[in-house]
Design a protein around this ligand. Structure first.
Ligand SMILES: [Zn+2]
Length: 337
């Protein structure tokens, strides 16, 4: 728990703001352990609120739990409440706009602009599409994603994959650029720490690899779970790629796996499966595999975020496209539509 403020302990965990306070308190500025102001024999109470910043959007979830609830039970109660609240919020969505690239319908506020042409807004699958020309603005895109992250419980899961790709490719330099952007808000800590990058998991049928996790989890935890269940995933990627390349060109023995991007590959596989389940009746988002990781567009973004990766080298696109295909299939999802 972070240091107490306003008479309560406050902390953020994924899409939830948690507060621990003593119900008996009358002085809102006192330290919650101040025996002169509070009756310390009364059990404090947790309040969990989502989304974490609900000033503009309202609280989709408010859950009160006694402070002496055992931690595993606390986690499962909060996770179940978050899952329910997200499902309710998603059910309310009105898909009143179309992605400028693929034409799929989404709520207008969930389509974001990857370039300086602010009117050209796209879905998560199309963020790095080749039909987006120049003026790439990944810094603003990152802040737009943050805005959804903190204020919208029903945001499309795939934006976390776009964030993961930018975070993995840009690393520390990207975080510096976010900090230097002159934006009033601070960038989310998930840009520098993949364990905090929240990934919404498929709500209904799940592969065994994700069984033990809640409504969502940090990306580092998701990668760990997927790799523990499929320790041969990277080898499968290499074998699959070698097979494809042999059909067209000579085997050159090169390893095309760009390790730096691997967490982003897992993020795409998992969040697009989540989107597919959460948007029944819509086209599944796997069309990202039809040329939506375009080297020129990726290179434009990589330049802006200070990445040292070469998007024109074959490794980046092979890792994203073949890696996503292999990972999704290993997890039992059909990417062919
Ligand atoms: Zn699209």
């Amino acid at each position: 728990m972070a240091s107490p403020k306003g008479g309560q302990w406050s902390a953020y965990a994924g899409p939830v703001w948690s507060l621990l306070s003593r119900p008996s308190g009358t002085d809102t500025d006192a330290h919650p352990d101040d025996a002169e102001r509070y009756d310390l024999t009364i059990t404090p109470e947790f309040t969990f609120i989502a989304p974490p910043i609900s000033i503009n959007t309202g609280e989709a979830m408010v859950l009160k739990v006694p402070g002496d609830t055992p931690p595993p039970e606390l986690v499962s109660q909060v996770s179940a409440a978050v899952a329910r609240a997200r499902e309710n919020e998603i059910a309310k969505l009105v898909n009143d706009a179309q992605c400028a690239i693929c034409g799929d319908s989404y709520p207008a506020r969930y389509l974001l602009a990857p370039t300086v042409a602010q009117e050209v807004t796209v879905c998560p699958s199309c963020a790095f599409d080749g039909d987006l020309f120049g003026g790439y603005d990944p810094v603003r895109l990152a802040y737009d994603i943050d805005h959804l992250w903190f204020e919208e419980l029903a945001m499309p899961a795939g934006w976390a994959a776009v964030a993961a790709l930018l975070a993995c490719a840009g690393g520390k330099t990207f975080v510096e650029r976010l900090n230097d952007a002159g934006v009033l808000a601070l960038p989310g800590t998930h840009w520098s720490d993949l364990s905090q990058l929240w990934i919404w998991l498929p709500p209904h049928s799940r592969p065994a690899a994700l069984d033990g996790l809640g409504a969502g989890a940090g990306l580092a935890r998701v990668v760990e779970a997927v790799e523990a269940a499929h320790p041969d995933l990277r080898e499968r990627f290499r074998a699959h790629l070698a097979e494809e390349l042999e059909q067209e060109s000579d085997e050159d023995g090169r390893d095309y796996l760009v390790e730096q991007l691997w967490p982003a590959v897992i993020a795409y596989a998992v969040t697009l499966a989540t989107q597919e389940q959460e948007r029944p009746g819509h086209r599944p988002p796997w069309h990202v595999l039809s040329d939506s990781f375009e080297p020129g567009t990726l290179a434009g973004h990589f330049r802006q975020i200070g990445s040292s990766l070469d998007a024109h080298g074959l490794g980046v696109c092979f890792t994203l496209e073949v890696g996503l295909q292999v990972s999704a299939e290993a997890l039992g999802w059909n990417v062919h539509y």
